[in-house]
Design a protein around this ligand. Structure first.
Ligand SMILES: [Zn+2]
Length: 126
């Protein structure tokens, strides 16, 4: 790994570049940061389609990210509402987001699984 500012080789455990003091790319990065970085990259790489508003979809994903950062305080109702609006705006990006979150080690993973379970079963499943 190299410093993105000056190009110096960074030791794996470095939090800052020893040459210029720039924070190392992975310093302080959480599992959640990596999860959402991957999701944004996949959305970015998704081919444009007629009627697909990527910017609007990314705005919704950012809302989910903000809520996900609350850890144990996550409000599942909010996450579910955002996932539903994502399903409405951009089903493909909903799939990218859910797949990405399912790979996360954060609390959001359990929330997503619970939402997926109740959504599949529906209100009449008993
Ligand atoms: Zn540097």
């Amino acid at each position: 790994m190299r410093c993105h500012h000056c190009g110096t080789d960074l030791p794996p455990e470095a939090n800052v570049c020893p040459a210029c003091g720039t924070p190392a790319p992975n310093a302080g990065e959480t599992d959640l940061d990596r999860t959402f970085a991957t999701i944004y990259r996949r959305i970015e790489a998704h081919p444009p389609e007629p009627g697909l508003d990527k910017d609007a979809a990314v705005e919704v994903v950012r809302e989910i990210e903000r809520e996900a950062a609350r850890g144990e305080e996550i409000d599942p109702d909010k996450i579910e509402a955002w996932l539903k609006s994502l399903a409405f705006i951009a089903p493909d990006i909903l799939a990218i987001t859910v797949t990405g979150l399912a790979g996360s080690e954060s609390d959001i993973n359990a929330v997503i699984r619970e939402i997926a379970r109740t959504t599949r079963e529906g209100p009449d499943a008993g």
